[in-house]
Design a protein around this ligand. Structure first.
Ligand code: C2E
Ligand code: CA
Ligand code: CA
Length: 566
C-alpha cells in the first residue's frame, strides 16, 4: 500500500488525482494547505506527496524553496495547470521528482510518476550497498525524531557505531568480502532495533542508529549491548570467517544536547572513547570526553604543524648481548618536543598520525634523523659496530616506494646499510604476505636487517615466517613483564626462543626491568635483551656515556665473581 498525501484546495484537482489513483495500491490523504501538510508530516510519514503547485504557491506565505524544502525527503510530484519548462526545471531543483499537467493525469500517468518518484528518491536517499538510509536522510529522520521526542517528552538515543578491524578484513580478504561484511552488519544492527527506529550508514564502516521512545537510558544500553553481541559474531565469506566488532558511542536527547549536529558530534566523541578502551563495547557520552575529542582534534592540527617544523627527536635504547655483555645495537624511539607541553611519548601521537595519514611524512623525518645520527655522531666517536633499529608502522610498510625511500636515505647519508635495522610488527607483514616477501627481500638485498617487533601479540603463519628473509624476533614486553610470575608467559617466552632458534633467527627480549627476568632469559638462552634494567631510551648525546657505563658494569666483577675470587 502506497500512502499518498495530496495537498491543494482545488476540489477538481483532488477528484482528478482520486480518479487517476483509483486502485487498491494507493491510499490517499488530503490536506488543503502547506501549513497543515507540514504539521502532519511532523507526525507521520507518507510514501509520496502530490502537490497542486499553482494553488500551493498562491498566497500561502511560503516561497518556492521553503515549500519544497519541507518535503525534500518525501518523493514528490507537482501538479501544474499548464506546462512551462522553466517552472518544471525549478521544481526539480527544489526537490520535486516530476511535474505533471493536471488535465493529463489519466492513462496511469500519475501512477507511473509516483512510482518513479519513489524509486528515484530511494536511490538518492538510500545507500546502494546496504539499502539503509544515507547520511542526508539520516539527518532528516533525526530532526523528525527530535521533534517527536520533544512533543511527547520522551528520550531519544543516538548511537554512533564504528567497526573495529574492518580495514583489516578489507585489506586481507578483499573488497568483496568487505562488502559482504558491511551488508551483514547492516542487517544485524537493523535486527536489534524496532521497525520504527532508524539505522543509517554514514559511509565507510560507520553507522548511526536512532532509538526513539526511550523511557530510561537503561534501554539504550540494552540495545547497544545487543548490537555489540550480534555484530561481533563472525561473518562467513566464501568459507572463511571474518570477524569485526563495533565501537559504539551514545548521546541522549535532550539530556546531552538538543541539536542534531551536536548529538552526532558527542556520540562520535563517545565512540572514540569506546575505541580507546579496546573497542567492542559502548560508551555513553560524558562531558569530559568532549574535551578529549577536542584535544584530539587540536592535537591533529598541531601534529601537522610539528611535522612541518620538525619538532621530533629520537631517543635511543641500547640492546645488550647477554652472552658477553656487549652493547650491540640501539633502538631509535621517537618523541615529540611540543613547544608548550614538553616531551610527548609516541603512544600519544603515532596512532593519531596513522589515523590522519601523516605517518609517511613523519616516518621520513624519523628515518632521516636516524640515518644522519648514525653517520654523524657514533661513527665519529668510533662506535661503528652499533646498528640502529628504526620502527616502521604498518602504514609505512604499505607504501610502494618504501624500499627506494630507505635506499635514498642510506645513499644520501653515505651510511653502511648493515648499520640499519627496521622493526616491523607481525600484523603489518602478515596483512599481505606476498608483497611483504618482496619488500623484505629487497631490504635484505640492500643489507638492511629486519626484526619482527612485538612478537607473540599478532598471529603469524609459520609457513610465512620461514619464507621471509628475517634477522630477529623481538619478544613483546608484555610477556617479559610477568615471565617470573605467570606460567603462561614464561611458556610463551621459551617457545619464542625455541622458534627463533629453529628458524635460525636472533631473538631479542624487550622490557627487561629486573635481575630475575634477566636470569630467566639467560637460563633459556635468549641472546639479546633491552630494557630499563640496562637503560631507558636516552637522547643521542647521552648514548656514549650510557654505553660506557654498561661496558664498565660488564667489566667489573659481579658479587658472585668477587666471592669466588676471594
Ligand atoms: P615498541 O617498539 O615496542 O618500543 C618499546 C617501548 O618500550 C618503548 O616505548 C620503550 O621506551 C619502552 N621500554 C623499553 N624498555 C622498557 C622497560 O624496561 N619497561 C617498560 N615498561 N617499557 C620499556 P615508547 O618509546 O613509549 O614507544 C612506544 C611505541 O611507540 C613503540 O613500541 C613503537 O610501537 C612506537 N614507536 C616509537 N617510536 C617509533 C617510531 O619512530 N616510528 C614508529 N612507527 N613507531 C614508533
Ligand atoms: Ca620496537
Ligand atoms: Ca614492542
Amino acid at each position: 500500500m502506497t500512502e499518498v498525501l495530496v495537498i491543494g484546495r482545488d476540489d477538481g484537482a483532488e477528484e482528478a488525482v482520486g480518479a487517476a489513483l483509483d486502485s487498491a495500491e494507493f491510499d490517499l490523504f488530503r490536506v488543503r494547505t502547506v501549513t497543515e501538510a507540514a504539521d502532519l508530516l511532523h507526525q507521520r510519514r507518507f510514501d509520496a506527496i502530490v502537490i497542486d503547485f499553482d494553488d500551493a504557491s498562491k498566497g500561502v506565505g511560503f516561497d518556492l524553496a521553503q515549500l519544497l524544502g519541507l518535503f525534500l525527503f518525501v518523493p514528490t510530484v507537482a501538479l501544474v495547470d499548464r506546462f512551462a519548462p522553466e517552472v518544471a526545471t525549478q521544481l526539480v531543483q527544489f526537490g520535486a521528482q516530476d511535474t505533471l499537467v493536471k488535465s493529463e493525469l489519466g492513462d496511469r500517468r500519475l501512477m507511473v510518476a509516483i512510482n518513479c518518484a519513489i524509486s528515484r528518491a530511494h536511490m538518492a536517499h538510500f545507500d546502494t550497498l546496504t539499502g539503509l538510509p544515507n547520511r542526508a536522510l539520516m539527518f532528516d529522520r533525526l530532526n523528525h525524531a527530535i521533534t517527536q521526542t520533544r512533543r511527547y517528552g520522551n528520550q531519544l538515543a543516538l548511537l554512533f557505531i564504528d567497526l573495529d578491524r574492518f580495514k583489516f578484513v578489507n585489506d586481507t580478504m578483499g573488497h568483496e568480502a568487505g562488502d559482504t561484511v558491511l551488508k551483514t552488519v547492516a542487517g544485524r544492527i537493523r535486527g536489534c532495533l524496532r521497525e520504527s527506529d532508524t539505522v543509517a550508514r554514514l559511509g565507510g564502516d560507520e553507522f548511526i542508529a536512532l532509538v526513539s521512545n526511550l523511557e530510561q537510558t537503561v534501554s539504550a544500553a540494552t540495545v547497544a549491548a545487543k548490537i555489540v553481541e550480534q555484530v561481533s559474531e563472525p561473518v562467513m565469506v566464501a568459507g572463511d570467517a571474518a570477524t569485526v566488532s563495533p565501537s559504539i558511542g551514545i548521546a541522549m536527547f535532550p539530556e546531552d544536547s538538543e541539536s542534531s549536529d551536536e548529538l552526532i558530534r558527542l556520540a562520535d566523541a563517545a565512540m572514540y572513547q569506546a575505541k580507546q578502551t579496546g573497542g567492542s563495547n559502548y560508551q555513553f557520552y560524558r562531558p569530559d570526553m568532549n574535551g578529549a575529542a577536542l584535544r584530539r582534534i587540536g592535537l591533529g592540527v598541531a601534529l601537522q604543524q610539528a611535522i612541518r617544523r620538525k619538532e621530533f627527536e629520537l631517543h635511543y635504547q641500547p640492546q645488550v648481548d647477554l652472552t658477553n655483555g656487549d652493547v650491540v645495537g640501539l633502538e631509535a624511539l621517537v618523541r615529540w618536543r611540543h613547544p608548550d607541553r614538553g616531551l610527548i611519548p609516541p603512544d600519544q601521537f603515532i596512532p593519531l598520525a596513522e589515523e590522519l595519514g601523516l605517518m609517511n611524512p613523519l616516518g621520513d623525518l624519523i628515518l632521516e634523523a636516524a640515518c644522519t645520527q648514525i653517520k654523524k655522531n657514533w661513527k665519529a666517536s668510533g662506535q661503528l659496530a652499533l646498528r640502529v633499529a628504526v620502527n616502521l608502522s604498518a602504514h609505512q610498510f604499505d607504501r610502494d616506494d618504501l624500499l627506494d625511500h630507505i635506499r635514498t636515505w642510506i645513499d644520501r647519508t653515505g651510511l653502511d646499510a648493515r648499520a640499519l635495522e627496521v622493526e616491523l610488527t607481525e600484523s603489518s607483514i602478515m596483512r599481505d604476505p606476498e608483497s611483504a616477501t618482496s619488500i623484505l627481500s629487497g631490504l635484505s638485498e640492500a643489507g638492511v636487517r629486519v626484526t619482527i617487533d612485538d612478537f607473540g601479540t599478532g598471529y603469524s603463519s609459520l609457513a610465512h615466517l620461514k619464507r621471509f628473509p628475517l634477522d630477529a624476533l623481538k619478544i613483546d614486553r608484555s610477556f617479559v613483564r610477568d615471565v617470573i610470575t605467570d606460567a603462561n608467559d614464561s611458556a610463551i617466552v621459551r617457545t619464542v626462543i625455541a622458534l627463533a632458534r629453529h628458524l635460525g633467527l636472533h631473538v631479542v627480549a624487550e622490557g627487561v626491568e629486573t635481575e630475575e627476568q634477566l636470569e630467566f632469559l639467560r637460563a633459556n638462552e635468549c641472546q639479546l635483551a633491552q630494557g630499563h634494567y640496562f637503560s631507558p631510551p636516552v637522547p643521542a648525546d647521552e648514548v656514549p656515556a650510557v654505553i660506557a657505563r654498561l661496558e664498565m658494569r660488564q667489566a667489573a666483577p659481579t658479587p658472585e665473581r668477587m666471592r669466588a675470587g676471594a
